[in-house]
Design a protein around this ligand. Structure first.
Ligand SMILES: Cc1cc2nc3c(=O)[nH]c(=O)nc-3n(C[C@H](O)[C@H](O)[C@H](O)COP(=O)(O)O)c2cc1C
Length: 210
């Protein structure tokens, strides 16, 4: 089948649910910690997240739309723009429930890390704390926000880009000089309400040509 999302939307026959998020899969989850101008810690997951470049390392996440019932941007956007900093925390299978809990819409004054029962660990080069239980964290300096065309209902689509200026790796996930994917067990987002993690038996290597 073929469809044009501009005229057909994201749920043409025979789909029963909006299909786009089931098409680009699996997506890594950017579990983003920021602090407000008042110092309150914010933590939220973004599956429109990815690494963009390796040298210098840059990442992006997309705070889309507004806080429910308002025309205010999401705190993860407001905070990164106000303070110039954010942290990517790697969400593992073991942290899936806490990650999900941090997607709840809390008022800006609520420490979302504490509310999800997560301990903070200090960052070195930026103010926002990292999730202590996350085996990898990337401290990021905010670079810019790219404003993409708004949604069909007129709500904003933002891409926040940052440069990684500090990398934490838990020694427990390092084996023989590499990051051991079996120990890491990163969580990935699929479509609908589905998630996946990586089982070692599903991993294979392939040399590049030439
Ligand atoms: C797995 C997962 C992925 C999500 N990905 C996004 C995303 O890419 N963009 C977005 O705007 N919201 C996404 N959300 C919803 C946000 O996490 C939610 O709106 C959150 O409350 C935003 O928090 P904030 O206002 O503290 O920034 C996602 C939620 C979950 C559970």
């Amino acid at each position: 089948m073929f469809f044009d999302p501009r005229s057909d939307g994201m749920k043409p026959e025979p789909f029963t649910h909006s299909v786009y998020t089931a098409i680009v899969v699996p997506r890594p989850i950017g579990w983003i910690s920021t602090v407000g101008a008042d110092g309150v810690v914010n933590l939220a997951p973004f599956s429109f997240f990815n690494a963009l470049t390796g040298d210098p390392p840059c990442v992006m996440y997309c705070p889309l739309g507004f806080k429910p019932g308002t025309t205010e941007p999401k705190d993860s956007l407001t905070n990164a723009e106000a303070t110039g900093e954010f942290v990517f925390n790697l969400c593992t299978y073991d942290l899936r429930e806490q990650m999900n809990a941090t997607s709840a819409h809390e008022p800006a004054g609520v420490d979302e890390m504490a509310a999800a029962g997560l301990a903070p660990a200090p960052s070195k080069n930026v103010k926002p704390p990292r999730v202590a239980a996350a085996p990898i964290a990337l401290e990021c300096k905010y670079l810019e926000t790219v404003r993409l065309p708004p949604s069909s209902s007129g709500s904003p689509n933002n891409v926040v880009i940052g440069e990684v200026i500090g990398i934490h790796v838990d020694d427990a996930v390092i084996s023989d000089g590499i990051i051991d994917i079996a120990k890491l067990r990163p969580l990935a987002r699929l479509g609908y309400l589905d998630y996946a993690t990586i089982e070692p038996s599903a991993v294979f290597s392939m040399a590049r040509p030439g």
